[in-house]
Design a protein around this ligand. Structure first.
Ligand code: SF4
Length: 345
């Protein structure tokens, strides 16, 4: 059985998601209850795919669909499934590929299940992108999260995927049991060293029906605050940007099933926006701190389409900087011709 739920569609990219919750998983990670957080419902494989294709692409002519159209197998560990099951699922997508209704397949899996035979099978069925749930590169964090995996295994998986010409996506989860600012940033540095094509960052949340929820109730796990998470994500985002590695997702989609099962943790529906605001504030802060003498009135010219990230939520950035530097006023001048923050003399 597989499942489908939320729609992910942009002008250039359309994802037809199919969830294989927990299938192929070697163990139950402490934080995971895939079925609950994806809001999945089981259906026969073929019917689920047909329904998803209908939902996401409908009868729109191919030339009017977004240029990148992918079927994505999420949840579970795809390549941990028996080979026959993988072939069955992938073969269902082939007619849609032939018709051009989709032009790529992506899937997520675990580093334990990457080897040349498995990759050959994926190539045969035109899989283009493999996402690995790394979550952390710290051995103790992974142990405590019920997800043991040796660094060597992760490195081998990354190398094999790249050598075989697949696009590589890597996922990290700040704030797992035993994680701290240093271990998370070390994980970010390791991931950058592996040069993936994209990353996703999912701060750890306490969700019902998980081992983490039990640990939380017993006082053995305390989730990171939103503030700590934002600081770490802002640092990570700067590093990924410097490494030219796109972050394609920050935080879980706030769908109804997550809202129903969410217990505690740094969940915010606009996490990316908050991180961008934090970075905007840091830029202004650095510019002001670098002045020989800080005047009591400051003006910045900012790119027009980024004005909101410099202002911050509820004008928070303005208020914080005014207080920090004792400013009488901090004025932001949006300018469509401005590409980066500029201090106005
Ligand atoms: S996080 Fe991934 S590997 Fe771990 S139990 Fe959930 S689906 Fe399986």
């Amino acid at each position: 059985m597989l499942w489908t739920n939320i729609k992910v569609k942009t002008k250039t990219h359309l994802i037809v998601p199919l969830f294989i919750s927990h299938q192929g998983c070697p163990y139950r990670c402490a934080f995971c209850n895939q079925t609950d957080i994806t809001g999945a419902h089981d259906k026969p494989d073929e019917a689920a795919l047909d329904e998803a294709m209908q939902t996401y692409t409908g009868s729109i002519p191919v030339d009017q669909l977004p240029p990148h159209r992918e079927v994505a197998f999420y949840g579970g560990s795809f390549t941990g499934l028996p080979a026959e099951r993988q072939e069955h699922l992938l073969s269902l997508v082939q007619p849609w590929l032939k018709q051009g209704r989709v032009n790529a397949i992506r899937l997520s899996t675990h580093s334990l299940f990457i080897d040349p035979d498995r990759l050959n099978l994926l190539k045969k069925y035109h899989v283009t992108t493999i996402e690995l749930g790394i979550q952390s590169t710290d051995g103790q964090v992974l142990e405590l999260s019920n997800r043991p995996c040796a660094m060597q295994v992760m490195e081998n998986a990354v190398s094999l995927i790249k050598q075989n010409g697949f696009r590589l996506g890597l996922q990290l989860m700040p704030g797992l049991p035993g994680d701290n600012d240093q271990t998370f940033q070390k994980s970010v540095d390791d991931v950058i060293r592996w040069q993936p094509d994209c990353v996703r960052l999912y701060p750890t949340l306490v969700v019902r029906h998980t081992k983490l929820f039990q640990m939380y109730r017993e006082g053995k796990f305390i989730p990171w605050t939103l503030e700590r998470t934002l600081g770490n994500l802002a640092t990570a985002a700067q590093k990924f940007t410097a490494g030219k590695i796109p972050i394609i997702r920050m935080g879980l989609h706030p769908d109804p099933s997550l809202r129903e099962n969410f217990v505690d943790g740094p969940h915010h529906p606009s996490l990316r926006y908050l991180v961008d605001c934090r970075l905007g504030r840091e830029q202004m802060e650095n510019r002001i701190a670098g002045l020989n003498k800080v005047p009591d009135r400051i003006k910045f010219r900012v790119p027009k389409n980024s004005l909101c990230i410099y202002i911050g939520p509820q004008r928070e950035n303005i208020a914080i900087l005014k207080e920090r530097f004792g400013l009488k006023s901090l004025t932001l001048l949006p300018d469509k011709d401005c590409e980066t923050l500029q201090l106005v003399a």
